[in-house]
Design a protein around this ligand. Structure first.
Ligand code: SAH
Length: 266
């Protein structure tokens, strides 16, 4: 059996309980060494074999999985963040299917959420954006033409751009071409949740200079959109005093002079 596991964004305590258990039980761990924190492997069994996929090809990864399976062993394939985003997991799963090897997936905290946490940021601010566009610039992997940065920029939704920290000149030019103003809020979050995490608030106009001045070329996310400033938003309806929900009567007035009831009071 092969378990695909999301390692989370970097901090060892941001893996799920299930992911951590699977690592502790594994006979073989293949981890994405470029981004997965090796501290996550500390709880592994003494005889667990560890492979760094950064130094391997797809075929070699598959061979290790097949060998483990033939020996009746359990493999954890540890991917950074959540495996479903830029994880190249499907191609591995398809090979496993052809070999008749069972597999399953355990989600992880994507760096897109770790970056938001590091800025205490809410992507879906009422009155500003209720959508998040997750995308990347074209690199060795192409991006379908209909998913160009320009066309996404035209939505004015919150944008999280992966795998593009080394291309901020081009990225900024394309955001501007898509209709964003130079003063549109932006942020660069480098190694979110790692001890060496860095975050820089800037604008689309200053994005490229900021990345250059701070020496950020990789392992960073770029956030773009009005929500990045976390200002000038509308309050939620869910907690509005005059809004009734299945759990709470409307009071009609803003604010509530009676303190809310504590559920676990002695
Ligand atoms: N599956 C991962 C993404 C893998 S692609 C996830 O869910 O986060 C690798 C890219 O993710 C990097 O180039 C960078 O853009 C981003 N990334 C991964 N970890 C990061 C982190 N801790 N902080 C900022 N960006 C990160």
């Amino acid at each position: 059996m092969v378990h695909f596991v999301g390692a989370g964004p970097g901090a060892p305590d941001l893996i799920t309980l299930r992911g951590d258990r699977l690592i502790r039980e594994a006979d073989v761990v293949i981890y994405a060494g470029s981004l997965v924190n090796p501290a996550l492997l500390e709880g592994r069994k003494a005889d667990c074999a560890v492979y760094n996929s950064a130094e391997m090809t797809l075929t070699q990864v598959f061979q290790v999985m097949c060998q483990a399976e033939a020996e009746g062993k359990t493999t954890v394939r540890l991917h950074t963040g959540d495996p479903s985003l830029y994880g190249a997991v499907r191609e591995q799963m398809d090979l496993l299917e052809t070999a008749g090897i069972a597999y399953d997936s355990t989600p992880g905290v994507s760096s897109l959420f770790a970056a938001a946490a590091s800025l205490n940021l809410e992507y879906t601010l009422p009155g500003q954006s209720q959508s998040v566009i997750i995308t990347r610039m074209e690199g060795r992997t192409s991006v379908p033409e209909a998913e160009g940065i320009e066309s996404f920029a035209s939505h004015r939704a919150a944008m999280v751009i992966f795998l593009s920290a080394g291309m901020t000149d081009q990225l900024a030019a394309r955001l501007l071409a898509g209709g964003y103003g130079e003063d549109t809020p932006a942020a660069i979050v480098y190694k979110a949740s790692w001890p060496e995490e860095k975050r820089f608030l800037c604008t689309v106009g200053t994005l490229a200079d900021t990345a250059r001045d701070k020496g950020i070329t990789r392992t960073a996310l770029i956030l773009v959109g009005d929500v990045v400033a976390q200002k000038d938003y509308a309050r939620s309806r869910l907690y509005a005093a005059e809004f009734e929900t299945a759990y709470r009567k409307a009071t009609g007035a803003e604010g509530n002079p009676v303190p809310p009831r504590r559920e676990n009071k002695e």
